[in-house]
Design a protein around this ligand. Structure first.
Ligand code: HMG
Ligand code: MG
Length: 311
């Protein structure tokens, strides 16, 4: 039986910031990584090596990594914290190698239209682009994670057949990636769909290799996480404050907020290893840096506080 413990993969620095108008400096991004790590987050996606003209928010990822590496050397960030970076092709991989990251994430789409809009190529071509990336990762002992986008619905094509998602997940599995994150990129799924797809995915990939990556556009992400948890999924991608979204998914809001997910799991007695109070402090700091209120409910209102008897 799957352990009850859950792993949270923090997306704020990548999926979060990539869709925000305010562009943070490398120092601010490194400080966010430091605060997240101090709160106990040990899996953090720190940036992306993609075209800076397409995603200007991710420019400077190499500098952020360098600053974070210094913080690790100074023992301000635990050496156990794993930082990964998004890589679409060989050029991105070369940048990741030069920056000295130990983990990358490759990404593909379940529909042709989303693939074209997001990464300017077909699904088939996107897998061809991974071909030079994977041997480089193997040679340099770099872990490879994978994302599949629009698994439950596409902003351009509508409903997405489960069969296609299962085939593409199988394909990633065959490539030898260690984990596959199932993206509800535009936050359309409901628990019935989550259950149905996960049951099918578990027949082709072990549950311990599947992660849930649910955007909260329609407020369904928490119930979807619960549905996936009940089916043995133990890895979830979340974003501090609920920041972000994908620039090529019009109207899609950010990943489910890390604070809200922690609050739910804490209440259920499920361990994450992360300190919610420190994360709420980080939310306040980040809200100041971004100059706006962040979507996370728990991040904004905090825990239940006793206010004393009514007199
Ligand atoms: P392309 O234009 O097809 O690439 O871009 P190309 O090979 O034809 O090269 C064209 C130019 O781009 C060349 O420069 C390359 O050097 C340069 P030029 O010679 O013209 O000066 N180039 C690059 N520059 C920097 N880094 C690179 C790179 N590759 C080529 N890696 C590419 C293809 C994928 C790079 C581009 O379309 C791109 O950057 N797209 C942005 C993708 C992105 O970041 N999307 C958001 C993240 S995905 C997401 O949010 C979904 C996820 O969260 C899961 C979910 O929610 O579903 C993961
Ligand atoms: Mg995403």
């Amino acid at each position: 039986m799957a352990s009850s413990k859950v792993q949270i993969v923090e997306m704020g620095l990548r999926d979060g910031l990539q869709n925000e108008k305010v562009i943070l400096s490398a120092d601010q991004r490194a400080e966010l990584a430091l605060r997240l790590s101090r709160a106990g987050m040990n899996r953090i996606e720190i940036g992306a090596f993609v075209r800076p003209d397409k995603i200007p928010q991710m420019a400077g990822t190499a500098e952020v990594i360098q600053k974070v590496q210094q913080l690790v050397q100074q023992k301000n960030i635990s050496a156990k914290t794993e930082f990964s970076v998004l890589v679409p092709n060989e050029k991105g991989m070369q940048s990741a190698l030069a920056a000295g990251v130990r983990e990358i994430a490759i990404f593909a789409s379940a529909t042709e239209s989303f693939s074209q809009k997001n990464i300017n190529c077909s699904i088939k071509e996107s897998f061809q682009r991974f071909m030079p990336v994977l041997p480089l990762a193997k040679k340099n002992k770099i872990k490879v994670r994978a994302y599949l986008s629009v698994c439950f619905g596409c902003p351009y094509e509508g409903a997405v057949p489960e069969k296609r998602v299962v085939e593409l997940v199988k394909r990633f599995h065959k490539l030898g990636v260690y984990e596959i994150s199932i993206g509800d990129t535009i936050g359309v799924a409901t628990p019935g769909q989550i259950k149905s797809l996960i049951q099918k995915l578990k027949r082709v990939v072990p549950a311990r290799k599947i992660a849930g990556h649910f955007h909260d556009t329609r407020g369904m992400a928490l119930v979807n996480i619960l549905a996936a948890y009940q089916l043995g999924i133990r890895i979830f991608d979340t974003s501090i404050g609920g920041l972000g979204g994908c620039p090529y998914a019009p109207g899609a809001s950010g990943n489910v907020a890390t604070e809200d997910v922690l609050y739910m799991f804490e209440g259920m007695g499920v361990k994450t290893g992360i300190n919610l109070d420190q994360l709420i402090e980080t939310h306040k700091w980040l809200s100041g840096v971004m100059g706006k209120t962040l979507p996370s409910r728990v991040g904004n209102v905090g825990r239940l506080q006793a206010r004393g008897p009514v007199t």
